[in-house]
Design a protein around this ligand. Structure first.
Ligand SMILES: O=C(O)C(=O)C[C@H](O)[C@H](O)CO
Length: 343
C-alpha cells in the first residue's frame, strides 16, 4: 500500500483521572499518554494497516525514547524523527468535560524541539521517498514562526514531488501567538491561506473554515465547500466533521465529503454518541479514516462513511489515538453499533 507521511508535534498528554477537574488531580493519579494531531493520524493509519510514517523533532532523552517506542508499537515508521539538543518535549494538560461543563486543555509546549528545528535540518528527499500522501494540520504552523515556515516548505516540497497533501485545519485559539501584531484569527488566516495553495484535501469543521478562512457560515455546507475549493485550485476535495449536541456528554457526530470534479456533497449517517469516554483525537481518527479509505480506492460515499464511523469509535477510547480496527469500523458502518460484548 502507498506510503503516507505525517509531520507535526507530538506531546506528552497529562489527563486528570475520569472527569476530575485540574484542582482535584492527585499526584499519582494523572493519566499519561502521547498525543498530537499528526502523530495521532499516523497512529490511526498504522493501526488500520497502512504504511504510515511520522516525522518530527524530539529531544534526546528517555521520555522521548518512550514516545517513539509507543508510536513504533502501533506500527508507525519513526526513522525520520530527528533527535535534537535544542528544544523540549511539549506537554498538554487535559481535564475532560462532563454534561454541561466543557473540557479544558492547557498547553505547555513553548520551545518544543519541532517548533525550533528549521526545515533544512530534515532530509526531505529521504522522508518523501515512496510517499504518495503527506499529512499536516493547522496546529503545526500555529506553534512558532519557524514551524510555520517548515510547514509551508514541506507542503511546497510535497507538491513539487507530485505528492498529494491532506490538511486538517484544527483551529486552536490558544496557539497562534507568534506574531504579536496580529490576532490569533488573523495570523491563522494569513498563514493557512498560503498553506492551502499546496493542499489537495481540506479537512475541518465549519467553525475552522469560518475562523481560519473567513467563509460565510450562514450558507449550507455544499456552498461552503464550493467556496473553499474554488479559492484554492489544488483542492480536489473538502471533508467536514459535523457535531452538535446538548452537552459535552451527548453529541451527534457526522461527516461530509465534497468532490470538486462532480460538484457533489456526500454525507454520512449521523451517530448519536451518548457516553463520550474521550473526544480528543476524534477528528484525527476521522482524517485517518478518510485517507485510509481513499488509499483503498473507495467511492466518496464509502470514504465519508468510513471516516465518520472511525471518528465515532474514537470517542469510546481513552487517549488521542484511535485503537479501532478496520473490521470494527466496517461493522459500525454496516449498522453494528449496539456495543454488544463479543464472545
Ligand atoms: O491540540 C493540539 O495541539 C493537539 O495536537 C492535541 C491533540 O492531539 C489534538 O488536539 C487532537 O486533535
Amino acid at each position: 500500500m502507498s506510503r503516507v507521511v505525517t509531520f507535526g508535534e507530538i506531546m506528552m498528554r497529562l489527563a486528570t483521572p475520569g472527569f476530575a477537574r485540574f484542582q482535584q488531580a492527585m499526584p499519582g493519579s494523572v493519566n499519561v499518554t502521547f498525543a498530537g494531531a499528526e502523530a495521532s493520524i499516523a497512529a490511526s493509519l498504522a493501526y488500520l494497516g497502512a504504511d504510515a510514517a511520522f516525522v518530527t523533532a524530539l529531544p534526546d532523552h528517555a521520555i522521548a525514547d518512550a514516545c517513539i517506542a509507543d508510536l513504533r508499537s502501533i506500527g508507525v515508521e519513526t526513522k525520520h524523527i530527528l533527535r535534537t539538543t535544542e528544544g523540549r518535549l511539549g506537554i498538554y494538560f487535559l481535564e475532560h468535560g462532563a454534561n454541561q461543563r466543557g473540557g479544558n486543555v492547557i498547553y505547555d509546549r513553548e520551545g518544543a524541539a519541532v517548533a525550533l528545528t528549521p526545515a533544512a535540518a530534515y532530509d526531505w528527499t529521504a522522508i518523501f521517498t515512496g510517499c504518495e500522501w503527506f499529512v499536516i494540520s493547522g496546529i503545526t504552523p500555529a506553534i512558532s514562526r519557524n514551524a510555520a515556515e517548515v510547514a509551508l516548505f514541506a507542503v511546497q516540497e510535497a507538491e513539487r514531488r507530485g505528492i498529494k497533501v491532506v490538511c486538517d485545519m484544527n483551529y486552536r485559539t490558544k496557539l497562534w501567538r507568534w506574531e504579536p501584531s496580529l490576532s490569533a484569527r488573523d495570523l491563522a488566516t494569513r498563514t493557512m491561506k498560503d498553506l492551502l495553495r499546496h493542499v489537495t484535501v481540506f479537512v475541518g469543521g465549519i467553525s475552522d473554515a469560518i475562523a481560519m478562512l473567513g467563509v460565510d457560515g450562514a450558507g449550507d455546507l455544499h456552498t461552503v465547500a464550493k467556496q473553499i475549493t474554488a479559492q484554492f485550485p489544488n483542492l480536489t476535495h473538502a471533508a467536514f466533521t459535523q457535531r452538535d449536541g446538548s452537552s459535552a456528554a451527548v453529541q451527534n457526530f457526522s461527516g461530509a465529503l465534497y468532490e470538486k470534479a462532480t460538484d457533489v456533497l456526500h454525507t454520512a449517517p449521523t451517530f448519536s454518541i451518548t457516553q463520550i469516554i474521550d473526544r480528543l483525537g476524534a477528528g484525527d481518527a476521522f482524517t485517518a479514516g478518510l485517507l485510509f479509505s481513499i488509499l483503498q480506492g473507495s467511492s466518496p460515499a464509502e470514504t465519508i462513511a468510513f471516516a465518520t464511523a472511525a471518528g465515532c469509535l474514537a470517542h469510546s477510547i481513552e487517549g488521542d489515538f484511535n485503537y479501532s480496527t478496520r473490521a470494527e469500523i466496517e461493522a459500525l458502518m454496516q449498522g453494528d453499533g449496539g456495543g454488544r460484548v463479543s464472545r
